[in-house]
Design a protein around this ligand. Sequence first.
Ligand SMILES: [Zn+2]
Length: 486
Amino acid sequence: MIVRNGMVAFLGHDDFDRADLRIEDGRFTGIAQGLEPAPGEEVVDASGLLVFPGAIDPHVHFDEPGFTHREDFLHGTSEAAKGGVTTVIDMPCTSLPPVTTAAAFDNKLGIVEKSAVVDYAFFGGVSGHTVEASLGPGGAGDAGGPAGPGGRGEMAALAERGVVGFKCYFISGMETFTRVTHDDFARIVREAARVGRPVLLHAEDLDYVTAATARIKAARGNGAPQWMDYALSRDEAAETVAVASALALAAGSEASLHIVHVGTAAAARLVAATDATCETCAHYLAFGREDFDGGPGRPARGASLKTMPVVKSRGEADRLWELLAMGDIDFTTSDHAPAQAGEKETGNPWTAYGGIPGTGTMFPYLLSEGYFAGRLSLPRLLEASSSAAARRYGLSARKGSIEVGKDADFVLVDPSATTTLRGEGLFSKGKITPFEGMVFKGRIAATWLRGHPVYDARSRDAAGRPTGGRIVAAPGTGKFLRWGYR
Ligand SMILES: [Zn+2]
C-alpha cells in the first residue's frame, strides 16, 4: 500500500516534507517522493492532508477490570483512536485487582486483549500494602542493598512480563492502591533501577495537603465549600515539595524517576536539572484554577475541570508551555480518567470525582494550541506527542516516528478544517470535559494502526452517506506491547 501526496512530519525536520509512504505487513518499508504503485497495490490519497506519527498517550486510566462504569478498554481505546493516539499505556492503580502482582497482570491482559482498538502497554504498580512483596527478598530494596541477588519480588516478575514502568503515589485517595512512605520509595527506586524500568510518581506532599485541607475547611466553617478551597488545598507548593523529596530519595538513581502530571513550573525545573524526566497534561496547559468559577470571557468549568492534582494558577500554564517548548518537560499525557455525571457533579468541590476524559483531546489540543498557535516547533510537537514517550518506555524500536522499519501508525489531519469539542461526541464512557465548546484548528481525518485504518472521520455507509467519524477496526485489533517491543 502507498499513502500518497501527504505532507509528512518526520522526526527532527523543521517543516513538513511532501512524501509517499509504502506500507507492507504493517510497517513502513519505503519513504520517497513519487513512489509508483506495483500492479494491484492499494493507494491512499493524502493530498491536502498532514501526516503525523500516531500519538502516544503514556498515562491513561481505562479502569478494566474494576471500575468499568467509568471507563473500559473498548471505549478508552476508541476515544484514543479518535484523537490520533495509536499507543496508550494504562495505569495499574485503577484496575481491580491493581496490577501489583504478576497474577493481576495476567488477569488484566486476558480481559482487555479482546477489546482494544489501539496498541497498549501496562505499567505495574507498588501500593503501600504491597511494598515488601513488590521488592521481594534479596531485592535492591532490601537492607542488604543493591548487591542482593534480587529477582524474587513482584517488581521483578512484572518486569519480566514486560511492564514499562512502576507507578507509586506520595498521596492517594484510593483504598485499593495506597501511598508509599518516603522510606519505601527510596527502596522502590533502587529496585526499579535494578530491573531496568522507571518509577512514575504522583508527586503531591501528604503532610502539606493534609494540613492545608484541614485549615481551609476550618476557615470555611459551615459555609458552602468553594472551588478555590479545593484548589488551594493542593497548590503549587504541594507539588514542588513532593518533587524535591522524590529527587532527594532517588539520589544516584534519578534516571529511574519520572514525575507524572506536573502542573507547576518550579517542579518541572527541579526535574529538568537532573536525569529524571517529567510530563505535563493538556489541562495544565489550557486552564488555571480561576477557570473553576470562570470570569469575563471564560466559562465556569466547575466539576468538569476537577483533576488530581488540580490545575494551578493561570500563569503556570504559560510557563509550562515554555518548558515544554525547551524540552525541560519531556512529553505530554492525558491522565485520562473519566467518570459519570453522578460521580462528577456532586455539588461539592471536595467530593466531585477528580479526573477527566483526555486521551482523545490531547493531540488535537497540542496540535492546535501548540504547533498551529506557534508555541511549539514541529520537532517539539513530535517529541512531546510521541517520540519522547516511546524512548522513555522502551517502545522506540517500532513506535514514535515515521521511519522505515517502524510500525505504520499515523494520523491524517486536515489543516484547513476545525474541530469543536463536544463532550457528547466523545467515544469515552465519560462525557464531561473541561474542553467543552473549544474550537481547535485542524481536524483528524483518519487514524491508522500498523497499516490499517482504526478511526475514519470520512466513512460512508453502503449508500454513500457520511456516517460521521467512527471506529472502523474490530475490538481486539490493538495488541499488547512489551518493554523492548520490536
Ligand atoms: Zn493518573
